[in-house]
Design a protein around this ligand. Structure first.
Ligand code: SAH
Length: 406
């Protein structure tokens, strides 16, 4: 097997079971491993520390698949990793009707660069690293063995370029038949239609499942503005929680069209209808417009896309977060609730809280933190891989009078 030798002293992170080996840690390579192929990782003295997937193009040269020397990764091993990841989600997560669940969450499930989401038994995979692509057939086989109705590829992600991977045939059916145009999943008592072909990521934001329920619980009787609504997510949770009315705001008309269908399903399913509107607009501009019009709300949700991909983009991202949070705080009525999120991995929860604090100073409002939110339980974070914690949120409640101490 090809070998990668680390510089002296650079074995620490592998010994601590961190899955990434950066280019600067590599002293030399013995052999010419193929893209995504398995290499033995050795310390400077030649001692084998484990095995990982090779990627010459990426700054992350090796992603670990196995630590220690007990198992040399092969197809059987990868299938076992997938099966173990599924088993952590319940006895047979692919068989439960209408379940939407992340089955494999990359590094934190021991499968670097591999994401698998399932919607009513249909699997959607995102293969974002060379090793993930290399083991594609084994991953698909494991999913079929576990009962997948079919496996659809949504590996149309920028990360593939950094990995030197082919970016042409990244979407389409990998196994089984064509998935339905719309797949229905159930979350609490809410039904969502998911478009796995054209939707964002694999089609749906499963990571906000827990937060949607937390936010919905504060919605009763409130006029809600759901910013960055996508297919309705938080707005549906608020309507199910007896909100007075819900306005959904998003740049994507396709997402709003699906949101409308999801609200129809909710109200058809027995939840008392409340007035709902859908506005296709840029949140940054629309919040300013509402400020100028003197509009106000009892509850605002801010769930923007990733503003920062890397640490280098963090300060620019911070300005974006502060801007929308400040505007939203000003639009809130006394006693209003702001549910605000960041899915930028480079943004720490502490920094996000600081940004919100500064926004509140500028808005001249006092808030209490009534909940911290994080990604749903099927998006676990390996204790050895803090980078896996990317989603954070705060639910804030405003003072009854502006600038009144709480
Ligand atoms: N809250 C949603 C997920 C939001 S994803 C849920 O629970 O399912 C982020 C959304 O923001 C996407 O739908 C995207 O279309 C939208 N978006 C991105 N930039 C935007 C902008 N400047 N103004 C309005 N919407 C935007």
């Amino acid at each position: 097997m090809d070998k990668v030798f680390l510089r002296a002293g650079r074995e620490r992170s592998v010994e601590r079971r961190h899955p990434w080996i950066f280019s600067g840690a590599v002293e030399r390579v013995e052999g010419t491993p193929p893209l995504g192929g398995t290499v033995a990782v050795c310390d400077a003295k030649g001692r084998t520390l484990g095995y990982g997937s090779w990627s010459l193009a990426s700054q992350i040269r090796v992603r670990m698949l196995a630590f220690g020397t007990d198992r040399v990764p092969d197809g059987v091993y990868v299938r076992e990793l997938v099966a173990a990841s599924l088993a952590r989600r319940g006895a047979s997560p692919l068989v439960e009707p209408h379940r939407g669940v992340r089955l494999v969450h990359g590094e934190s499930d021991g499968l670097p660069g591999v994401v698998v989401d399932a919607y009513d038994g249909w699997c959607v995979v995102q293969l974002a690293s060379a090793g993930a692509e290399y083991w594609k057939d084994e991953i698909v086989a494991a999913l079929l063995t576990a009962g997948a109705k079919g496996v659809y590829n949504r590996s149309d992600v920028d990360a593939r370029r950094r990995e030197g991977l082919d970016e042409t045939e990244t979407t389409g059916v990998l196994a089984g038949g064509e998935p339905p145009e719309r797949i229905e999943i159930h979350e609490e008592d809410i039904r969502f239609l998911v478009d796995v072909r054209h939707g964002h990521k694999t089609g749906f934001y499963l990571d906000q499942r827990a937060a949607r329920a937390q936010v919905g619980a504060f919605a009763a009787g409130r006029e809600v503005l759901n910013c960055f609504s996508y297919t309705g997510g938080f707005g549906l949770a608020c309507a199910a929680g007896a909100a007075k009315c819900v306005e959904n705001l998003d740049l994507s008309q396709a997402a709003l069209d699906l949101a409308r269908q999801n609200f129809d399903l909710l109200f058809g399913g027995g939840v008392a209808p409340c007035p709902v509107s859908f506005v296709c607009a840029d949140v940054f501009k629309q919040l300013r417009l509402y400020r100028d019009q003197g509009r106000s709300f009892d509850m605002i949700v801010l769930d923007p896309p990733k503003f920062a991909e890397t640490k280098a983009q963090l300060m620019r991202a911070a300005r974006g977060y502060k801007d929308i949070n400040l505007l939203a705080m000003k639009l809130l009525r006394p006693g209003g609730v702001l549910a605000t999120f960041s899915c930028s991995g480079a943004m720490t929860p502490e920094f996000f809280e600081t940004i919100c604090r500064e926004a509140a100073w500028d808005a001249k409002r006092d808030f209490q933190i009534i909940a911290h939110t994080q990604q749903a339980v099927d998006h676990p974070v390996s204790l050895n891989f803090p980078e896996g914690a990317y989603l954070k949120g705060l639910i804030l409640r405003g003072a009854v009078a502006p600038e009144q101490a709480i």
